[in-house]
Design a protein around this ligand. Structure first.
Ligand SMILES: [Zn+2]
Length: 92
């Protein structure tokens, strides 16, 4: 169930693998007193690239959308935007 590019390839689930790949960056660094706007932007771009590397296609390049897509991907065990997306409400 490992993603392409996984270094260890010993993860039981896609989500586990995806989380392991993100351990280095985590969800930190944003909003800290020392974080500059440039750093935040770099972080956002980095997160976006990471998401895309996993096949995830966030709704936008905004960090909250990226994290949202990553969370949904983890929960579903599939890549948001590629394997699934939020379904539009069914018309009656
Ligand atoms: Zn893995």
């Amino acid at each position: 169930m490992c993603r392409t590019g996984c270094k260890t390839r010993d993860h039981k689930t896609w989500g586990e693998c995806a989380r392991a790949g993100r351990l280095n960056i985590g969800y930190c660094g944003i909003g800290g007193v020392t974080a500059t706007a440039q750093k935040a932007w770099d972080h956002e771009l980095d997160m976006y690239r990471k998401a895309r590397a996993e096949g995830i296609q966030p709704d936008s390049t905004k960090l909250n959308k990226i994290e949202d897509a990553m969370r949904k991907s983890d929960a579903a065990g599939a890549a948001y935007g590629r394997d699934f997306s939020v379904a539009a409400p069914m018309p009656d």
